[in-house]
Design a binder for this molecule. Structure first.
Ligand code: ZN
Length: 89
């Protein structure tokens, strides 16, 4: 997953005279959806309201894991450079 985002949407339906066509309009929703890119392909999935806390937690964990992996890669590169420098001594 390259990026992921949780968003809220309000929709307008097709029924004439519905509250979503009033002035001011009262749109349907909120609807929750998670958008992400995986292997170069973007996807959007609806999220049930009762699943929101779990999805928020998963997204937070994912961000944290990504950050830690970035740090780990930086440190691995640093270590590799130090080892090469030591071998050259
Ligand atoms: Zn409507």
């Amino acid at each position: 997953m390259a990026a992921s985002r949780l968003s809220t949407q309000y929709n307008v339906c097709g029924s004439p005279g519905c509250r979503c066509k009033a002035i001011p309009p009262v749109k349907h929703g909120p609807y929750y959806q998670v958008s992400y890119t995986r292997k170069g392909k973007s996807s959007t999935k609806f999220v049930k309201k009762e699943d929101l806390p779990e999805v928020r937690k998963q997204l937070k964990n994912y961000q944290r894991m990504k950050l830690l992996m970035e740090k780990w890669i930086d440190l691995a590169i640093e270590l590799s450079i130090l080892r090469l420098a030591k071998e050259a001594e």
